[in-house]
Design a protein around this ligand. Structure first.
Ligand SMILES: *Cc1c(COP(=O)(O)O)cnc(C)c1O
Length: 358
């Protein structure tokens, strides 16, 4: 028996136990073939079945319309920053600069063409989402980062955008319903909420491609991967296998809509405690608080208790609550596989600490 722990890692994320169990079985014997999933040829009907199932689950869980295709690739979300610019940037693109990842996406596009920050929340260390800015209709696209993993802010609604809209949804995909039809492209790394590291998803409006005049290298061209059903070259087989198992689990508990209700409950539980507890304060402005990454610090005057709380929480099995180095303090990531019980354990721990220190 391993020790009881509560995992709040920002990524790679906690995965449902059933997905891990099925992965262990498949490591020994994939789909009754007698071969490990690590050694299975990706050109077999057994593997095709996994790819088909995974694509179908994506479509079903996010209600992806026929206008869009979903592909699974390697290279991480960071390589998608380049894909976006290569496939969509012709004249001018705007980026909403809401954090480190959004900023990196913008930088990458600026290496390819004309891209600028339409609004930026760096003035307050990215603790809010800029609002009320005008979006020119003639942009190639507006790029947004719907959930800012490091700062704990989130764009909770699918915005109405007069130009094509592109979103990095690495850390809130499948956590809430999304109107996919509003986006030309949604992409992200699987390792924040839907699988292990090593695979990305891209949901692409098919008729949005082919509008740029540059040469796009084969591997960076989304059309290559749509045409070859994500198997132009060897796909990240094991990562896709585990992602598929994770999505099967998500479906079994009622899909994204049911998950959203649980996620709202988990986040409310923790934010309510942060707001109530005299030891802690939240860092993100309330209306933009992320349901996935909850950032908080010691209350003014209590800063010197930070290390003590880390040790106190660690002793009680809390893992991965250290904030990103650019924010400090604490960050608890409440991705899909994190349970209400996990969050309750953290809340209890915060209450106990307060009682001890008061
Ligand atoms: C983690 C993260 C990334 C980077 O993902 P990699 O797969 O490590 O390249 C990009 N965007 C967001 C919002 C993230 O949380």
């Amino acid at each position: 028996m391993s020790k009881k722990v509560h995992v709040f890692n920002a990524g790679p994320c906690l995965l449902p136990q059933v997905a891990i169990d099925h992965a262990i079985e498949a490591l020994k014997d994939f789909s009754g073939t007698g071969i490990s999933v690590l050694s299975i040829s990706h050109r077999t009907k057994e593997w095709d079945a996994v790819m088909d199932e995974c694509r179908a689950l994506w479509r079903e869980l996010l209600h992806i319309p026929d206008t869009h295709e979903v592909v699974f690739l390697g290279g991480g979300a960071s390589l998608q920053f380049l894909y976006v610019a290569m496939n969509y940037l012709e004249k001018k693109a705007a980026y909403l600069d809401t954090g480190v990842w959004a900023h990196k996406a913008l930088k990458e596009a600026q290496g390819i063409g004309d891209a600028y920050a339409i609004a930026c929340s760096k003035d307050k260390n990215y603790t809010y989402i800029p609002k009320g800015f005008d979006i020119p209709a003639d942009l190639d696209y507006l790029h947004i980062t719907t959930n800012n993993t490091i700062y704990g802010t989130e764009i909770h609604e699918d915005i109405d955008c007069p130009c094509p809209l592109i979103a990095d949804m690495s850390s809130d995909i499948m956590s809430r319903p999304v109107d996919v039809s509003k986006y030309d492209l949604i992409y992200g790394g699987a390792q924040k909420n839907v699988g292990p590291a090593g695979v990305i998803f891209a949901i692409i409006r098919k008729d949005s491609l082919g509008r740029v005049s540059r040469y796009i290298p084969t591997m960076l061209d989304y059309r290559t991967h749509i045409d070859k059903l994500s198997m132009f070259n060897t796909p990240p087989v094991f990562a896709i296998f585990v992602m598929n198992e994770t999505l099967k689990w998500l479906k079994s508990i009622g899909g994204v809509e049911a998950m959203y209700e649980i996620n709202k409950k988990k986040a409310a539980l923790l934010y309510d405690e942060i707001d109530r507890n005299s030891m802690f304060v939240g860092t993100a402005v309330k209306e933009d608080r992320s349901l996935m990454n909850v950032c908080f610090v010691m209350a003014p005057g209590k800063e010197d208790l930070q290390d003590e709380f880390f040790a106190f929480a660690k002793e009680r099995g809390m893992v991965g609550i250290k904030g990103h180095r650019s924010v400090g303090g604490f960050r608890a990531s409440l991705y899909n596989a994190c349970t209400v019980e996990d969050v309750q354990a953290l809340v209890d721990c915060m209450k106990e600490f307060e009682t001890l220190k008061k």
